[in-house]
Design a protein around this ligand. Structure first.
Ligand code: AHM
Ligand code: MG
Length: 335
C-alpha cells in the first residue's frame, strides 16, 4: 500500500482544492510536530517525572497537571517563530500570547486545549491535544483578544491528537475529515483513513451520569428514554461509554458513531456548561459537522455562536445527527 504522509496530504489538498495556503500548511505541520513531542512526554510517564500536579491553577481555577503546563509550553515554543501566526490562546493561559516582535507576524491565530482529559493523565487513560485555527481579519498590525471572538464557522482548520494505544491525528480544513497515525519507527504521520463519516443513527451515548440530578429537564428526558431501552419510547437498547477525556469520547464517535453530551447543570447555574467554546466545542463541532454529524448547545448550532470572551463555556451535544436533532427537539418542546 502506498503511504501518504501528512505533508503530502496537505500539498495535495492545496493543489486540488486550494484550501491550504503555505502559512496554514506550516501551521498544521508545526502543530503536528509539537504533538509528537507531547506524545513522547506523555509516554515517559513516571520515568520522565511528568506525572502529578504542577502546583498551579489555570484561569478557570482548575489545578494544572505538570503535563498540562509542559504541553502548553511545547505548543507555544514550536509555533511562535515560524511567521505563520499572529497570536495564540490556550485553555491554560489567562490571556492571549502575541507572537513576540522579534518574529514576523502571520495571518493565523491558533487556539488549543494543550492536554484534554487532565484527570486521566496520571491513570494512563487516553488524553489528547485539541486545536482550532482562525484567520486574523483585517490587515491592521497588532492583535487583541477581540480578534479571536469569531464564531466557530469561521475556523480555517481544526483537529486533535489522541495519545492512546495509538497516537493519532484527526484534521479538517473544511473538506472532510482525515485521520493520520504516527509511525513511531519513522516518526512520520501517515494517512490511515480519509473522509471519516459519523452514522446518522446510533445506540451509544456518552454523558457523565453521576450529574443526572443536576441536569435540565430535556436532557434528563433524553437520557431516561435511552436507558428505558427496548421497552421504552425509543424501542431499542442503548449502550453507554464515558472516557472522561472529550478527545477520546469524540474520537470514538468519529470512528463508529454515538452522541456526546456535556450539558448545562445546576451545580454552576451561572455557567453555560463545563466545556470551553473556543478550545473544545468549536474545533470538535467543526470536525463532527465535516463528518456528517451535528453539534449544538441544545438551542443553537455551536458553530454559529458568537463568543463574548476567550474562556467562554458552553453546553455541548454532538455526534450522530438524528440523536442531536432529537435532543434539540426536546429543548424546543420544553420552551
Ligand atoms: P480538561 O480540559 O481540564 O481536561 O476538562 C475537560 C474534560 C473533558 O475532556 C471531559 O469530557 C470532561 O472534562 C470530563 O468531565 P467530568 O470529570 O465531569 O466527567
Ligand atoms: Mg479540555
Amino acid at each position: 500500500m502506498k503511504r501518504i504522509s501528512l505533508t503530502q496530504y496537505l500539498v495535495e489538498q492545496q493543489r486540488e482544492h486550494g484550501l491550504i495556503p503555505s502559512q496554514l500548511r506550516l501551521l498544521i505541520e508545526v502543530v503536528a510536530r509539537a504533538c509528537k513531542h507531547i506524545a513522547i512526554a506523555v509516554n515517559k510517564g513516571a520515568l520522565g517525572e511528568v506525572l502529578g500536579s504542577a502546583g498551579t491553577e489555570n484561569v478557570q481555577g482548575e489545578v494544572q497537571k505538570k503535563l498540562d503546563v509542559i504541553s502548553n509550553e511545547v505548543l507555544i515554543e514550536a509555533n511562535e517563530w515560524g511567521g505563520h501566526l499572529a497570536a495564540m490562546a490556550s485553555e491554560e493561559m489567562d490571556s492571549i500570547h502575541v507572537v513576540p516582535n522579534r518574529y514576523p507576524q502571520g495571518e493565523y491565530m491558533l487556539l488549543f486545549d494543550p492536554l484534554d482529559g487532565s484527570s486521566n493523565i496520571d491513570v494512563n487513560v487516553s488524553i489528547g491535544t485539541i486545536f482550532s485555527v482562525l484567520r486574523k481579519i483585517g490587515h491592521a498590525r497588532g492583535v487583541s483578544e477581540q480578534d479571536f471572538l469569531q464564531p466557530g464557522k469561521q475556523q480555517a482548520a481544526a483537529g486533535y491528537c489522541v495519545y492512546g494505544p495509538q497516537t493519532t491525528l484527526v484534521l479538517t480544513v473544511g473538506n472532510g475529515v482525515a485521520l493520520f497515525t504516527l509511525d513511531r519507527e519513522t516518526g512520520s504521520w501517515v494517512l490511515t483513513q480519509q473522509d471519516l463519516r459519523i452514522p446518522e443513527d446510533t445506540k451509544e451515548f456518552a454523558i457523565n451520569m453521576s450529574n443526572r440530578r443536576h441536569w435540565a429537564a430535556p436532557v434528563t428526558r433524553y437520557i431516561d428514554e435511552c436507558l428505558a431501552g427496548k421497552h421504552g419510547p425509543r424501542g431499542k437498547d442503548f449502550n453507554m461509554r464515558w472516557v472522561g477525556s472529550m478527545v477520546a469520547d469524540v474520537h470514538r464517535i468519529l470512528s463508529r458513531g454515538g452522541v456526546f453530551l456535556y450539558p448545562w447543570d445546576a451545580r454552576e447555574p451561572g455557567q453555560a456548561g463545563k466545556l470551553r467554546l473556543m478550545y473544545e466545542a468549536n474545533p470538535m463541532a467543526f470536525l463532527v459537522e465535516q463528518a456528517g454529524g451535528a453539534a449544538t448547545n441544545g438551542r443553537e448550532r455551536i458553530l454559529d455562536l458568537v463568543p463574548t470572551r476567550l474562556h467562554e463555556r458552553v453546553s455541548v451535544v454532538l455526534g450522530s445527527k438524528h440523536e442531536v436533532e432529537r435532543v434539540l427537539a426536546y429543548h424546543r418542546e420544553a420552551g
